[in-house]
Design a protein. Structure first.
Length: 94
């Protein structure tokens, strides 16, 4: 049972077109507007759901690369202390 009321202003042309369409469809203006609103909401939910899934796939793909630097030396982090010391020693000597 419908109990909520919603009203808004539309141009006379839009109102006439909606009433004509309701009559052609064999339904009341209220039924037509309810159907239009439901169809729009359903379509919107489907689009949003698909966009959310696409975002999750993109984030998962990006997460695989986050924090990685291609430097050719897989053990560089383990040797960072000695690398820095060597560079400082060369700088002091030069």
């Amino acid at each position: 049972m419908k109990s909520a009321v919603y009203s808004w202003r539309v141009s006379p042309e839009v109102k006439d077109a909606l009433e004509d369409e309701a009559q052609r469809a064999g339904e009341s203006l209220s039924q037509l507007l309810d159907r239009i609103a439901r169809e729009w909401l359903d379509a919107r939910r489907r689009r949003t759901s698909g966009a959310d899934e696409a975002q999750l796939r993109m984030r998962a793909a990006a997460a695989k690369a986050i924090g990685r630097i291609a430097g050719g030396d897989a053990r560089r982090a383990e040797r960072a202390r000695s690398i820095v010391r060597d560079r400082l020693a060369r700088r002091r000597a030069g």
